[in-house]
Design a binder for this molecule. Sequence first.
Ligand code: DQA
Length: 149
Amino acid sequence: VRILLLNGPNLNLLGLREPAIYGTATLAEVVARLERVAGELGVELANYHSNHEGDLVDRIQAAMTEGVHGLVINAGAYTHTSIALRDALLGTGLPFVEVHLSNLAKREPFRQVSLLADVASGVVQGFGVVGYELALRGLVRVLGEAVVR
Ligand code: DQA
């Protein structure tokens, strides 16, 4: 089973960026931790970050031909704005879990709209970097159920 981890704009600044909200772990540390968890779960993890909407769309499209079974995605601010990312994810037909470090329900009203959530298999938010692990575990569960059915 192959899973793609996608991180969108400004997540490359993790560790430096607003640490009171997003914590002190770097993106490299988050990815390394998730790779360990993927290993424990017996799944393969590919990982991509971009600050650019079109690059993320391209990467999502490429997942279709790369044997990816599902995605974990923190789309950053594009969560709240990007019909293009929503359409790309729908276009793949692949299950995905949306993850956010912060609890968006506690934040500005503009962050409380997600253009991805209603087409996601699930959403994990508010648990900091641990949320990525929870999202991966949830996605693996969803994929396991898909195989059984
Ligand atoms: C975020 C929340 C978004 O609103 C914000 O634009 C981010 C990070 C989070 O992980 O909490 O870049 O997705």
